[in-house]
Design a protein around this ligand. Structure first.
Ligand code: GRF
Length: 218
């Protein structure tokens, strides 16, 4: 089976990127990361990519006077690299619909909430403020509407009474760092197929997101 060519888009630390790099290097994903692209030149994720000899690129939104021009530049880079899948991993720019449509069904995002609840920013604070009992992480297909595309996998974790934002972030990361590699593993081995109107998982129509198990750490 052909290796999945993966591009990871980041803006910051890149801990999700690291989890994907580690899984690829461990031979757990039938794929390779062909490039890491950041909209910020000082993103630590670029250092991670360099350490692992992965092509790193910067397409800075500051170099363009409109989102359309930024998107166009990013789109050109992506077109040249021609990936099978584009993984947004802490990429903090909203992409325009022209770019998203040009790479329809090829862009995945990881969002720190149980979608469709808590789209947008500050999800941890909002969940705490609302005294939610659980929160989570979703990996979803990117569509032009923000955080709105169909979720493929959801991981849930409990919110305890004294939990702070950083506690929730920690729980979320614990899930995220296993979820993205798993989704890419499924894609690489053909277990997961994202078609025009359907998502197929192990030859069955995926009618609701796959639930990903949270593991309590001590
Ligand atoms: C992740 O926690 C993800 O939920 C959100 O941005 C964060 C990026 O973290 N979209 P990192 O850069 O992968 O460490």
């Amino acid at each position: 089976m052909k290796k999945l060519s993966i591009i990871v888009l980041i803006s910051g630390n890149g801990s999700n990127l690291q989890s994907i790099i580690d899984s690829v290097e461990a031979g757990q994903i039938n794929g390779q990361i062909t490039a890491v692209i950041s909209n910020k030149a000082d993103a630590y994720g670029l250092v991670r990519a360099k350490k692992h000899n992965i092509d790193q690129r910067v397409v800075s939104h500051k170099d363009f006077n409109s989102r359309e021009h930024f998107d166009l530049a990013l789109s050109e880079t992506l077109t040249l690299l021609n990936p099978d899948i584009i993984v947004l991993a802490g990429f903090m720019r909203v992409l325009g619909s022209a770019l998203i449509q040009a790479f329809e069904r090829k862009i995945l995002n990881i969002h720190p909430s149980i979608l469709p609840s808590y789209k947008g920013l500050n999800t941890f604070q909002r969940a705490i403020d609302n005294q939610e009992k659980e929160h989570g992480v979703s990996i979803h297909i990117v569509t032009p509407e923000l955080d709105d595309g169909p979720a493929i996998v959801i991981g849930r974790y409990p919110i305890l009474t004294d939990d702070t934002i950083s506690d929730l972030q920690g729980k979320g990361h614990q899930l995220e760092h296993r979820m993205y590699p798993q989704v890419l593993r499924w894609l690489g081995q053909g277990d997961l197929q994202i078609n025009a109107d359907t998502i197929m998982f192990q030859e069955k129509l995926l009618e609701r997101p796959i639930e990903f198990e949270y593991r309590e750490t001590t």
